[in-house]
Write a protein that binds this ligand. Structure first.
Ligand SMILES: [Zn+2]
Ligand SMILES: [Zn+2]
Ligand SMILES: [Zn+2]
Length: 523
C-alpha cells in the first residue's frame, strides 16, 4: 500500500460526529503542505457547573499531558542531534546534578534511551519532582528493567528538566546553593529553554508549564456536566514551592498550549519550513537513520507507522492527564498526528497534520465510558475497580479506559452484555454458549442493556484492535494478537478465538478519536 489519499472534510466531520454532544469541549485543527489550517471548536472550556461558562476555542489553553514529551524531545534533538561529543547516543548521567551519586546500573542509559522509553526506567517511580528523581537515580533499591526494551516512562522524560538546562549551560549546578533553590532554578530554566527553542522561532510566547493566569483556560471534566477540576490549584505531595506545582514536575507533562499555538508548531514542522526542526532533525525525531535496534522508535512519539512496512504513514503522540480524576474532577486528553508522505509526493495529499485537545472523557448517545481493561486478567470490565477478577478474587484492576455503545454501527455485533456479578463484558446469546463467572464459578448473569462491539474492518492502525472473545469463559479480553493471555475464570489464561472475531474498541481519549477519524477519511 502506498500513501492513501485522505479526505480532509471527511476527517473533520468524523471528529464532529464522534465528539459533538459527547464531551465538555474541544478544539481541533487539520492542515498540510499548501493547505491552510482548518480549525474547529465545540463546547466549553469551563461549564456552568463552575460559574460563568467559557467557550472552548482555538485560543483556549489546555493541559496537553504527555504531548509535552514531544516538546521536550524537540528541544533535546536541537541540542543533541549532532556528531559532537555529546549526542543522542551519549550516556546521560554526567549531565545530572554533579552532587548526585548516580546508581551504577543507570550509567549505560543514553539520551536516546530516555527519548524512546527504552532506558529500563519505571512508568512513574517515586514522583516527578527533583527530590523524587534524585532518590530514584541514586539508589539501586528498585531494579531497572532491561536497557533497549520499550517500557513507557514518565520519569525518564522528567529527567530532561535537569539535563536540558545543564546541556544548554542555563544553570550553575553549584552544590553550595540549597537544593530546593537549585530544583526551582532547573524548573524555570527548562521552561525557558523549551519556550525559546520550540516556540520562540515561531513568535509564539503563550505556552507555559503552569496553568495560565488568565481565566480562560480549560478545566477538566467528566462528561456530561459534572463539576470540573481547575489545575491552577494543583500541588504535588511534599511541595514547598508556594504556588502551582506543575513547573516543578514538568518534562513528561504539564505544558499548557492552545490549538492556535500548536498549529504554528505542527505546521512549521510538517511543511518542512525548518524554523524549529530541519528535515534531517525531523527524520531523527521519527527514528529514521537511528542506530540498530532503534530504527522504529520515535523520539517523544508514541506511534510510528512507516510506509516501508506496507502501511501508510501515521506518526502520533498522545497525552492525557487524570490528575483531577481522583477528586471526581475529570480528565484532559490531547493528540497530535502527522500523516501522508513526509515530503511532498506525486499521488499523495501529504504531508498533513492534525491536533485534537479535549477537556473531558467521551460519553454521548448510547455511549458508556465506564469500561476498563483489567491489568490483571485482561478482561473488559465495568465499573472502575469493581466486579470480580479471576486473577485476584477481588475487584478488577483498572487499566485503559474505553467507550462502548448500545447504538448499532457498521461492522457491529450486538448482544454483548455486562455480567452483574463479575462486571465483564460477555457474549452468550444462548444458554449453551460458554460462560464461566469468576465471582462464583457458575454462569455469568448477563442482563440489561446490550452493547455493540465493532469487528475490525479495513486496514487498521492496530492501536485498538485485537480484542477477542474467550471460548472458555465467554468474556471480551485484550489478546495483544496472541492465542491466549490474561487470566480465565475457567482456569489458566483465556483461550481466544482468532478467526473472524477481531474486535476494535474506541479508547476514551483524543488519540482514539483522531485515529478513528483518520481511518474513516481514507479514500
Ligand atoms: Zn480482572
Ligand atoms: Zn461474570
Ligand atoms: Zn476466559
Amino acid at each position: 500500500m502506498g500513501q492513501p489519499s485522505v479526505n480532509l472534510g471527511n476527517l473533520l466531520s468524523a471528529v464532529q460526529r464522534l465528539l459533538n454532544g459527547s464531551v465538555a469541549g474541544y478544539s481541533f485543527v487539520i492542515g498540510g503542505d499548501g493547505i491552510a489550517p482548518t480549525k474547529y471548536s465545540w463546547g466549553q472550556a469551563r461549564t456552568p457547573a463552575n460559574g460563568l461558562p467559557v467557550p472552548f476555542e482555538s485560543s483556549t489553553r489546555t493541559n496537553i499531558g504527555s504531548v509535552s514529551k514531544f516538546l521536550t524531545a524537540i528541544a533535546a534533538v536541537q541540542l543533541l542531534d549532532t556528531p559532537a561529543a555529546n549526542n543522542l547516543d551519549s550516556v546521560m548521567w554526567p549531565w545530572l546534578p554533579k552532587d548526585w551519586a548516580v546508581r551504577d546500573d543507570a550509567k549505560p542509559i543514553t539520551f536516546r534511551n530516555l527519548l524512546t522509553h527504552t532506558a529500563g526506567l519505571p512508568h512513574d517511580g517515586p514522583g516527578a519532582d527533583y527530590f523524587s528523581l534524585k532518590s530514584f537515580m541514586t539508589s539501586e533499591a528498585s531494579p531497572l528493567g532491561p536497557l533497549g526494551v520499550t517500557a513507557y516512562s514518565n520519569l525518564g522524560f522528567c529527567l530532561f528538566r535537569l539535563l536540558l538546562p545543564k546541556l544548554a549551560s542555563l544553570v550553575q549546578d553549584d552544590p553550595s546553593v540549597p537544593e530546593q533553590k537549585r530544583a526551582d532554578a532547573y524548573a524555570l530554566a527548562y521552561e525557558q529553554l523549551v519556550r525559546e527553542k520550540v516556540f520562540g522561532p515561531l513568535g509564539v510566547t503563550g505556552p507555559s508549564t503552569q496553568t495560565p493566569e488568565d481565566n480562560e483556560h480549560a478545566w477538566s471534566y467528566h462528561s456530561p456536566d459534572t463539576s470540573g477540576y481547575d489545575w491552577s490549584t494543583y500541588t504535588y505531595p511534599g511541595q514547598v514551592w508556594p504556588s502551582n506545582g506543575q513547573p516543578l514536575i514538568a518534562g513528561a507533562g504539564c505544558w499548557w498550549v492552545s490549538i492556535d499555538e500548536i498549529t504554528a508548531l505542527l505546521g512549521n514542522i510538517n511543511n518542512l519550513l525548518g524554523n524549529v526542526l530541519s528535515l534531517s532533525q525531523w527524520q531523527t525525531m521519527q527514528g529514521i537513520g537511528a542506530p540498530a535496534g532503534y530504527q522504529n522508535s520515535g523520539l517523544g512519539i508514541d506511534i510510528l507507522v512507516h510506509p516501508q512496512n506496507g502501511q501508510y504513514r501515521w506518526v502520533e503522540k498522545n497525552g492525557g492527564d487524570t490528575g483531577g480524576d481522583s477528586t471526581g474532577g475529570g480528565v484532559y486528553t490531547a493528540s497530535i498526528a502527522f500523516f501522508g508522505s513526509m515530503e511532498p509526493e506525486i499521488g499523495s495529499n501529504g504531508p498533513l497534520y492534525a491536533a485534537l485537545f479535549l477537556n473531558s472523557d467521551i460519553s454521548g448517545p448510547g455511549g458508556d465510558n465506564s469500561w476498563f481493561w483489567c491489568s490483571q486478567c485482561a478482561t473488559l470490565a465495568s465499573p472502575k475497580n469493581g466486579g470480580a477478577c479471576p486473577a485476584t478474587g477481588k475487584g478488577h484492576s483498572s487499566g485503559g479506559n474505553y467507550v462502548i455503545s448500545s447504538a448499532q454501527k457498521p461492522g457491529g455485533q450486538g448482544n454483548w452484555r455486562k455480567c452483574s456479578k463479575c462486571g465483564a463484558l460477555c457474549y452468550e446469546p444462548s444458554a449453551t454458549d460458554p460462560s464461566k463467572c469468576p465471582a462464583d464459578g457458575q454462569r455469568h448473569a448477563c442482563t440489561g442493556e446490550t452493547f455493540v462491539v465493532t469487528q475490525v474492518g479495513k486496514g487498521t492502525l492496530q492501536s485498538q484492535a485485537n480484542w477477542r472473545w474467550c471460548k472458555n469463559c465467554g468474556v471480551l479480553a485484550f489478546s495483544g494478537g496472541n492465542s491466549d493471555g490474561g487470566k480465565c475464570a475457567a482456569g489458566g489464561p483465556h483461550q481466544f478465538i482468532l478467526s473472524g472475531s477481531n474486535y476494535a474498541l474506541l479508547g476514551n481519549a483524543a488519540d482514539a478519536v483522531l485515529a478513528d477519524a483518520f481511518l474513516e477519511a481514507i479514500m
